[in-house]
Every structure is written in C-alpha cells, then in structure tokens.
Design a protein around this ligand. Structure first.
Ligand SMILES: [Zn+2]
Length: 121
C-alpha cells in the first residue's frame, strides 16, 4: 500500500470513528433525557401513592390495624405522631404556655377562663 492510499484510508477510518462517537453521545443524551422524564413521572406516582395513603389513613385510621401488612406501618405512624406531640409540648414549655385542665387547649397565662371550653380556671 502506498503512502497516499494508506493516508486516505486512515482519514476515512478517523471520520467514521468520529461519526460513531457523535452518534453514541447523541444516543446517550437522548437516553439520559428520557430517564430524567421517567424519574419525574415516578416521583409524580410516589406523590399520588402518598396522597392515597394519607386519605385512606385519615378515613379508616385504626381499622387499618386489622390488615397484617399495614399494622406495622400504622404503628410507626402513631409513634411519629406521639413524637410530634411531645415536641409541640416542648415548644409550649419553652414559651411558658398554660393548658386548660379540662380540654387541653393552650391558654394565656393571665386568662381566667378557657376560650375553647369556657370553664373557669
Ligand atoms: Zn378548656
């Protein structure tokens, strides 16, 4: 093979290699873009699952404990709710709030009666 011919065949090989690389990176970008769309749709589904779960829990609450597969999740949720109550109480202690001994409503320190249940304090 003479020098000129081998040079032009090298040129063709390089050109074809470059085109292949370009095609590969375009395909890669297309796949990445589609994967981002899929991830976003999956996130939407997750949000909807959450909404369904919240609505069912709020509507059926303790009834869900009858279902073995939901019992643990419901118990976990109850523990979290208790934790939140404790944390809210901590805020009340820091704020030096007083609570009505009859209904548990937060009341002003100087108040003579509860604004919620109306009982004298
Ligand atoms: Zn009260």
């Amino acid at each position: 093979m003479d020098f000129k011919r081998s040079l032009s065949s090298l040129g063709r090989a390089l050109k074809s290699g470059g085109e292949k690389t370009l095609k590969k990176s375009t395909v890669f970008m297309d796949i990445s873009r589609i994967n981002i769309l899929i991830a976003s749709k999956e996130k939407d589904m997750e949000d909807i699952y959450c909404l369904i779960g919240e609505k069912i829990y709020k509507k059926y609450g303790k009834e869900l404990l009858r279902y073995k597969e939901l019992k643990e999740i419901c118990n976990e949720l109850e523990l979290i709710e208790k934790d939140i109550k404790k944390l809210r109480k901590e805020i009340s202690v820091i704020k030096e709030e007083k609570f009505c001994p009859y209904c548990g409503e937060s009341i002003d320190k100087k108040s003579k009666f509860c604004l919620k249940c109306g009982k004298l304090l």
